[in-house]
Write a protein that binds this ligand. Sequence first.
Ligand SMILES: NC(=O)c1ccc[n+]([C@@H]2O[C@H](COP(=O)([O-])OP(=O)(O)OC[C@H]3O[C@@H](n4cnc5c(N)ncnc54)[C@H](OP(=O)(O)O)[C@@H]3O)[C@@H](O)[C@H]2O)c1
Length: 273
Amino acid sequence: MGRAFLDHYQQRETDQVTGWDMDECDITDPIITDQIVALNPDLVINAAAWTNVDAAESHPDTVYAVNTLGPKYLAEACARCDAAMVQISTNEVFPGEPGRFYREYDERAARGVYARSKLAAERAAQQMLERLMVVRIAWLFGPGGNSFPTKIAEAADRHGKLRVVADEFGNPTYAPDAVRAISRLADLDRPGFYHLTNSGYCSRFTFAQTVLELSGRGHVPITPITADEWTRPAPPPLHAVLINQAAAALGVTMRPWEEALAEFVGEYMTNDT
Ligand SMILES: NC(=O)c1ccc[n+]([C@@H]2O[C@H](COP(=O)([O-])OP(=O)(O)OC[C@H]3O[C@@H](n4cnc5c(N)ncnc54)[C@H](OP(=O)(O)O)[C@@H]3O)[C@@H](O)[C@H]2O)c1
């Protein structure tokens, strides 16, 4: 997602953009606050995170350092130089009870280490900074990353058949679409909590099936299974489906996930990737 932000802002001639990667900045190092204050930015977007949800279970100290203390230091820096900040968060801060849909200010209850560290980040950053936009996204995919559509295509090519969970639901989120929407929101400079995913939602099974069809792999047999049959160290919330109410009220919405997925598959996935 960080890459998509850089691409987007570098194309806007009005902005001076600085993108930092791990070798230039480590958000777990408190010195990051001075680094940012020295830059004196108008806006800081934090797309850095520990995102390996299952591995997070066995590395809680590192995960909390990256996902909670990092955003806290960034928010502290923004408060010192009067900058706004966008903290990217996740649908996993919600419990995801079957059949539930979550609005921006619904009660949060995170389960695994990753989800709890992201929820703690929302709280820590909020304590530090008024000009904070917390933007929750969900099943992220896009160019350059190892995302669900790419993994499904690779698994289909390797195994010739698939089993995919059909009782986990979420909102697919195309990174370039989310970045455009977040940038519009940031231009409005309205602090608060926002949900920005592509519109609509689906099960993992439908997401996978649509990838297969769009990428010319519609012949690959795919069997629906339950989440219980696909055990993971950090079981995801089954129905943490987000509703975009707050950004929509400001005129910021996103196109349906099927359209975004068709564009992604057409532009970035060939029949043999
Ligand atoms: N992926 C999803 O489905 C999803 C869903 C909901 C929300 N989100 C949220 O969306 C945001 C972006 O996710 P993504 O999928 O783009 O993640 P990603 O591909 O894993 O990228 C995260 C980036 O953070 C960097 N990073 C890790 N530790 C760092 C540190 N201590 N200091 C500075 N940079 C560090 C990583 O660098 P290295 O590559 O060098 O490790 C990587 O470039 C995250 O906040 C994530 O929680 C993602």
